[in-house]
Design a protein around this ligand. Structure first.
Ligand SMILES: [Zn+2]
Length: 331
């Protein structure tokens, strides 16, 4: 089936039934992209959505998954590769500056001179760095890259010296269960304590068992956080809160991914993204399946974890808002 970009009646009905009493009034979204379509490397899936996702467009569209809520955030661009990242950063800086309670992160290439990174962060008033595996060269698949290939030690040093956050979407098949990833994260965090590392997608727990297996390797690290973005299963959130407490978990929508329909499931030792165009939802099962928005699936997973962990209302507010505000001195 085709990818769509629309709000449906059953979305609202589901929100009212399952999520309205759970999601706090004010949200700090710690992982969302503002962009022009051409900034992205792969544009086909996003083409049905806005071609220019400004802060205003985001504010309006995020109402699809969290109706009636006031949302601020930590934003980055969509140009997560050469050569569009520079234009993407300029666009993002202009958009993030429109809201005094929102912040931006600079997308950096591992080949960038560290002093240039420092100057760009200052010039564009960014609070952190966003790194990505698509910048890695000379590999058959960048999904096998070591962390240091796209987050260099010299850039970590700049983050430490400037007091920056770094959002890292680690790769390699087993993510946080991979010993090399575990060692690199601990090493960077301990030697550069003034850097604040945010592990995207709950430590890339698209298969929750990888984070459940690996989380203890990070125990005791003081400068690591985890965003919930685009994770649609609860297990990794539970493991993170169990190990680090609820104050290290940050709600993130991963807009525009939040507005695709489907979900990600752990299968075997891997994971599988099921989007609208992955299969025929009308015929795949004995009943027609109506896939929810990814962002709503993720909200439901956060709710499941919070319920099972018996988080209080104020702890849930921390996850959705206060932890992020505190991280960027916005509280
Ligand atoms: Zn993202």
């Amino acid at each position: 089936m085709k990818m769509t970009w629309e709000q449906r009646d059953y979305d609202l009905e589901f929100f009212r039934r399952e999520l309205d009493s759970f999601v706090p009034d004010t949200i700090f979204d710690a992982h969302a992209h503002l962009y022009e379509l051409w900034h992205w490397k792969v544009q086909t899936a996003l083409a049905a959505g806005p071609h220019k996702a400004t802060l205003e467009v985001f504010q309006e569209q995020i109402q699809w998954i969290t109706p009636g809520r006031e949302t601020h955030g930590l934003f980055f661009g969509g140009g997560l590769h050469e050569p569009t990242y520079r234009a993407s950063n300029e666009f993002l800086a202009r958009e993030a500056a429109k809201d005094p309670k929102s912040r931006g992160q600079l997308i950096v290439s591992p080949r960038q001179d560290p002093e240039e990174v420092r100057q760009e962060v200052r010039r564009l008033s960014m609070v952190g760095l966003k790194v990505y595996h698509l910048f890695v060269e000379n590999r058959p698949s960048t999904n096998d890259a070591e962390i240091e290939e796209f987050l260099t030690e010299e850039h970590v040093r700049i983050a430490h010296e400037e007091g920056l956050s770094v959002t890292l979407h680690m790769v390699k098949p087993r993510a946080l269960a991979d010993p090399a990833n575990q060692v690199r994260i601990r090493d960077y965090c301990e030697r550069y304590p003034n850097m604040r590392l945010i592990l995207a997608h709950a430590g890339r727990s698209f298969n929750p068992h990888h984070t459940i297996e690996g989380i203890h390797s990070l125990e005791g690290i003081r400068n690591v956080w985890f965003d919930t973005s685009a994770v649609t299963e609860a297990g990794a959130f539970e493991a993170i809160v169990d190990t680090f407490g609820h104050q290290r978990l940050l709600w993130g929508s991963d807009y525009p991914i939040s507005h695709f329909r489907g979900r990600c499931v752990g299968i075997g030792d891997q994971f599988l993204w099921l989007y609208e165009d992955s299969l025929d939802w009308k015929r795949i099962s004995h009943v027609e399946i109506q896939p929810y928005l990814v962002g709503m699936e993720s909200l439901r997973a956060v709710k499941l974890a919070a319920t099972r962990l018996r988080l209080t209302d104020s702890q849930v507010e921390d996850v959705f808002c206060n932890n992020g505000l505190k991280l960027f001195d916005l509280d």
